[in-house]
Design a protein around this ligand. Sequence first.
Ligand code: UGA
Length: 429
Amino acid sequence: MKVAVIGTGFVGVVTSAVWAELGHKVTGLDRHQEKIDQLNRGEAWFFEPGLAPLLKQGKQSKRLRFTTSYAEAVKGAEVVAVCVGTPSAKNGTADLTQVFQAAEAMAPYLEAGAIVVLKSTVPPGTQLKVQALLDKLADKKVAVAVVPEFLREGMAVEDTRRPDRIVIGTGDEKIAKRLIRLHQGLGGERIMVSPESASMAKYTANAYLAQRITFINQIANLCERNGAKISEVIRAISPDKRIGAHYWYPGLGYGGSCFPKDVKELAAYARSIGEGDGLLPKIDELNEERVKLKLKQFEKQVGGYKGKRVTVLGLAFKPDTNDMREAPSLKVIPYLTDTGARVTAYDPKVKDEALALFPGITLANNITGALAQAEIVMALIEWTEIRELTPSAISQAAAEGAWVIDTRNLFIQREIEAAGLRYIGIGNG
Ligand code: UGA
């Protein structure tokens, strides 16, 4: 199939590359010429495991190319996938400007019978607005479907090749069949639903997962007060099939470009239709305030940060990405520097860009260098390199009796303590 993909963010680039791998002829589009030039050289402008070889392969096969021209991308395309950003507007609702701009720009070039697929996260009903716009602006009849994206950063290629499910939101059986053909060769169940249900499914999945993390973090707080251990509590509840052991690890709260935004957007959507917003703003509020509350608590436990050498490990919002959107480091480092700590930071993939964000800190080139003489080591992200640090490696490099603040419960308390270090985890009473 000839396919156009509008927007070269994580979803757009990974989807383009995987669809080209399936055998489709894909043209990705973005407004930014620099990104397009880079992608046409077979390089991504962000780090994502497994993506670089796929882009190179797409280039070599001549099935994958990128352009800034709507005419070039959309003419002749059977499917046009919209993967542009839908950031939160000031009132928390999804800002759909880029979706409508894309629809306007593609309209003159759409083929009769083309399917415009909304992969961007959009509130229910958006497909009707896009359809109305295209009915007005395109001189041919086209269809609009909602096919939400469930990939995770850091796992994006694998998630796109082998998703748990592909949700196809359309009321038209013929369109559904063509979209099934588009995804042929990918793993996962195919789930046919209405466009409204598809949009709701995306928000529901993200809000549920965000809620699950917030919930376990609340339980972790209680464990810290009563001698229970969150890892034991999880072990004790997880054999219950209704609960499960996955996606339960506590920490400083959820970050990234999706959960914080989507919880706010779903709350704003609920308000906009007169439903009230109930649980959702509370999840957002608890998550927003969590980093500060935990930092204050650690501050008391370690006897203050003032004048101390603090090493922060992990600056991205999660492992296997260099994306820092809503990363804990963005709140942690300013708090530490404001309270007088001398901060050294290390991340396997976030490099010089961190210095612009955090003036006054030292950025280490490697993890051992980062630990040198640290009085407090704060592990923020579960990068393999951080997870694999041994207690003896930490104690050899760090100051005597240094504190290890393990916000992802990566280490075993008794092993850290046996190495002459002091330990603070999450949810360990
Ligand atoms: C999330 C969803 O998992 C994807 O299904 C969805 O497609 C994506 O948002 C999106 O809407 O685009 P992502 O933000 O890449 O994916 O990352 P996750 O691995 O889900 O982690 C999100 C945040 O939750 C991270 O800050 C992570 O550290 C935190 N988290 C995750 C926890 O604190 N505990 C957990 O058990 C799991």
